[in-house]
Structure formats: structure tokens, C-alpha cells
Design a protein around this ligand. Structure first.
Ligand code: SME
Length: 152
């Protein structure tokens, strides 16, 4: 399915006000993982209270041990401090990387802003080498803007 075709489905999931935010985000992760063939693990991390660390929220894919990630550590922790998208075409080429599964070849992390503040991120692992393009970045930025709308 194309990103454009996915957008209305994303909106429909997020508009389900009767469901908790966590439940809606879980449905969103499941949708993205099912519909984009190179998205093998999809999850949201959020800043853990006033600590300088990220905490795993909703996700779709294999469970990970890395439910808490200190700021600065791994791809996720770096995005928490850089406020920039981080596209990793080959995880083996990264020094500051936290491996969740040996099958993962590439990763993309896009920060999520509420009122201009970086409060979390969407993290996607792929078992395909170098699969992400600018289209993924633009789409995931759009997804995070929609999520931001139900958080603020
Ligand atoms: N690889 C990430 C850790 C999170 S897992 O991909 C689910 C990182 O280096 O921050």
C-alpha cells in the first residue's frame, strides 16, 4: 500500500477517542508493520517523566529487552538529543547502536514534537538493507504530527 493510501487509515485509528492513546498507537504500529513490507518492527518511545531516558510505549513486532534507553545511547537516544531524523541504511556501520535483533539490517527514527518539544519518537527496524528513502521520512513526520495532535 502506498503512503498516501495509508494516511486515511492512520487518521481513522488515531480518531478513536474511546480508546486509550496507548491502544491507538498499538493499532497504528500494527497497521504500519502489516502494510509496509520492509517495516519489521514499529514502536514509539517517549521521554520517561523528568528522566533523561526514553521508555518504550506501544509497538508491533518481536518484544525487545530495550524498554529503557538513556539519552545519547543508540540511534534512539541520539535522536532524543539531536531533534533530527536518523536514517541508518546499515546498522553494522554504526558505533553507537543498540541491537534488538540479529535480523535487523536498517533503522529509521523520527522525533515527535508537541508544542515544538521533542517528547518521543517513532522507531522502525527493517530486515531489508538500505530500504528507507525521503518518502519514509516525510510520511513518518506526517504520522508523528497526527500523533502529536492526540497528545496535546
Ligand atoms: N536500535 C535502537 C534500539 C531500539 S530497538 O531498535 C527496538 C537503537 O540503537 O537505539
Amino acid at each position: 500500500m502506498t503512503f498516501e493510501a495509508l494516511k486515511p487509515q492512520v487518521s481513522t485509528i488515531l480518531q478513536q477517542d474511546q480508546l486509550s492513546v496507548e491502544h491507538r498507537l498499538e493499532e497504528l504500529c500494527t497497521l504500519l508493520r502489516a502494510e509496509v513490507d520492509y517495516y519489521d518492527w514499529v514502536g514509539f518511545y517517549f521521554k520517561n517523566g523528568d528522566k533523561d531516558e526514553l521508555k518504550l510505549s506501544s509497538y508491533a513486532g518481536e518484544p525487545t529487552d530495550h524498554t529503557i534507553i538513556p539519552f545519547g545511547k543508540g540511534i534512539c537516544g541520539q535522536v532524543a538529543v539531536s531533534n533530527q531524523n536518523f536514517v541508518v541504511p546499515d546498522v553494522k556501520a554504526q558505533d553507537n547502536y543498540i541491537a534488538c535483533s540479529i535480523t535487523v539490517k536498517a533503522e529509521i527514527v523520527v522525533p515527535l514534537f508537541v508544542d515544538g518539544k521533542n517528547i518521543g519518537q517513532i522507531d522502525i527496524d527493517s530486515n531489508t538493507a538500505d530500504p528507507f528513502t525521503e518518502a519514509d521520512e516525510r510520511f513518518l513526520e506526517w504520522v508523528n504530527e497526527q500523533v502529536s495532535g492526540i497528545l496535546s
